[in-house]
Design a protein around this ligand. Sequence first.
Ligand code: HEM
Ligand code: HEM
Length: 355
Amino acid sequence: MKGAVLEDRGSPTRDRARALLVAATASATLMALIYLGSRRLEHYDAALFGYTVAGVIAFGVIIFRYVIWLHRPATRRYWLRGWQLFLDRKELRRSLQSIIGTAFGNLVAQRFILRRSRTRWLMHALIMWGCIISAAITFPLVFGWIHFELEGARSYRAYLFGFSTIAVDGRSTVGWMTFHALDFTAIMVIAGCAIAIHRRLHDRGAVSMQQFALDFAPHLLLIAISVSGLMLTASSLWLGGYMYSFISLTHQALVIMTLFYLPFGKFFHIVQRPASIGIELYQNRGGEMLQARCARCGTEFVSQAWLDDLEDVVRRLGFDYRLKNGHALQDYCPRCKRILRGLAYAALVQRSDRR
Ligand code: HEM
Ligand code: HEM
């Protein structure tokens, strides 16, 4: 693999202009899809205009931030390497195996969180799946991509982009579960956030590092959305619609705040994390490439391409880890790096003892 293939230095102004263009195109495409998917707004509910505006803007801002993030030296390098390896036709089967394995292990089953603790895994699974399922239900409804029509006395037929799909008996168990799906996801999200807040209030490591805006605001927003959603159900089921429009406005305001918070705070990891698939592909395939040997012990410890990329990224970021012997710190395996650090500390102590 030649580093030259990846050269595209860019400039901050050009990067921003490019990101703005991509973001504007993404928002415009979403608007066109809303128009077409709702059959020229025939199935679009004007009362949900606020959600739509927030969704379209937040989508554009997320794309903008994502593109800017991709322009950073390290992200750009590993992103392009991931695609380069994926597009290598000769190894397509093995690349697909690696991608499916990472997608299942890291994105779906989240085994790396399970390694930290079962409670943390449960916390994240409840929040993540609660939010994913809620979004999968609400966005298509808000954008008019899905709508229901009464069929006969008690059945509802679901329409996707205006095309007829399944009919659900409103009084059957499946019907009840379908129409109350958001209540289940609300309970999942509240439970997950409760576990997260409990950990943040009791775990000493977390207590020392956390900040309110970064570590508590996301949970509080999610809990507020879920509680206001449950209050909507309670209002319509048991209170004859008491305060329904006020609660509905509150739910909408909270959702809009969260959508605008998405690109800036903790939630941005939702779109950032899947990019790790490319990095894992590079690591997995790195084993077959020419290996770099440690400058001290001679052990093969990483692919030469990975090491060259790392040195180049570090240089571009303005760091210089070259040592007096002509090698860079990155040329040593992790074990020897620790030994070198230990020797450097010991030399310092000896020097100060001599004085
Ligand atoms: C809709 C999707 C997602 C939502 C709503 C979400 C939400 C959250 C929240 C609220 C936290 C903070 C928990 C805390 O207080 O400690 C968190 C942590 C985390 N998230 Fe996500 N997340 C999502 C998707 C993902 C994905 C796809 C990944 C990676 C593949 C991921 C990886 C992580 C990791 C590693 C942590 C730290 C967990 C820990 O403390 O052990 N998340 N997520
Ligand atoms: C954590 C995520 C969310 C949860 C747990 C949640 C929960 C709920 C619940 C329980 C309801 C009441 C359903 C009923 O009574 O049948 C509801 C209603 C609603 N939600 Fe959400 N929601 C979430 C996110 C969203 C998002 C992202 C949107 C917009 C894109 C949205 C738009 C709506 C709308 C339009 C209604 C109906 C409100 C009305 O009748 O005025 N929700 N939600």
